[in-house]
Design a protein around this ligand. Structure first.
Ligand code: SAH
Length: 243
């Protein structure tokens, strides 16, 4: 049987949010590759080798997956959420560009990304035009992050922010909140959704005037509404019309 690579999204945490397609790929796999926190979500079984690795070695991990698949293995590369959202799918194609062997069959298996799970649990804050921005400056300069978030806010998009704040860069999210406050004003709704769909889920919605940097960490996805986003009962939603 010839080898293949599937890059699969495990969803935000809840078992029920893993698609049937991803389950089937995992059931057929000989090898699972990925960041250690995601690989431990895959149940060990006879005939399956788990290859957990550190988060900063995406390209090596992708190369490893391609090499094993080219040698006949059935490899699943796991990401949390969706593999195409700030995750391993792009890393795999980057590896393909530098791969000298015969490129194996590749499939990308979508998953439920954090912002969509968070939006569903709070109501419908992304119900009109929106964008997603990764606030980490590991892969791009902070200047570019700030430019994108300012322009998105000026264009009145609702916004979802991934990787908002880590111990190694605690000040940047404070700066992001400053820019948002400047452009959107103090009454704009902001939702901090932490560990969504897990037993540790915590979701809080406040105004930008009330928001503090400590409300976010690396397990949080932050959603800022557009100028029409409002509360109805315990929910937050963005109307489908604008202008
Ligand atoms: N591919 C993933 C995102 C990876 S980047 C996806 O599609 O969801 C990692 C960031 O995703 C985290 O810093 C956090 O901002 C967000 N995230 C992932 N899982 C989450 C969850 N269960 N709850 C809240 N945010 C989450």
């Amino acid at each position: 049987m010839s080898g293949w690579v599937a890059v699969a999204g495990l969803g935000p945490g809840d078992e029920g949010m893993i698609t049937v397609e991803v389950r089937e790929a995992l059931a057929q796999a000989t090898d699972v590759v990925g960041y250690i926190h995601y690989v431990i979500r895959v149940a060990p079984r006879e005939g399956l080798t788990l290859h957990p690795s550190n988060n900063r070695v995406e390209l090596d991990r992708a190369m490893h997956a391609l090499t094993m698949a080219a040698a006949g293995k059935r490899v699943v590369v796991v990401s949390s959420g969706d593999p195409g959202v700030f995750a391993m799918a792009s890393a795999l194609f980057e590896a393909v560009e530098g791969f000298s062997g015969v490129v194996p069959d590749i499939r990308i298996l979508p998953g439920i990304t954090a912002m969509l799970a968070a939006a569903a649990h709070v109501g419908a804050p992304l119900g009109h035009d929106f964008c997603a921005i990764n606030l980490s400056d590991n892969m791009k300069p902070w200047k570019l992050v700030e430019k994108r978030l300012r322009l998105a806010a000026e264009a009145d998009f609702a916004m979802a922010f991934y990787n908002p704040r880590s111990a190694s860069r605690p000040h940047q999210f404070a700066r992001a909140l400053e820019v948002l406050l400047q452009v959107c004003g103090s009454e704009r709704l902001i939702t901090f959704a932490r560990a969504v769909t897990t037993s540790e889920e915590q979701i809080v919605t406040v105004t930008l005037g009330e928001a503090t940097p400590e409300m976010a960490d690396m397990q949080t996805v932050v959603i800022v509404g557009n100028s029409a986003t409002r509360r109805v009962g315990k929910w937050v939603y963005t109307p489908r019309r604008a202008g």
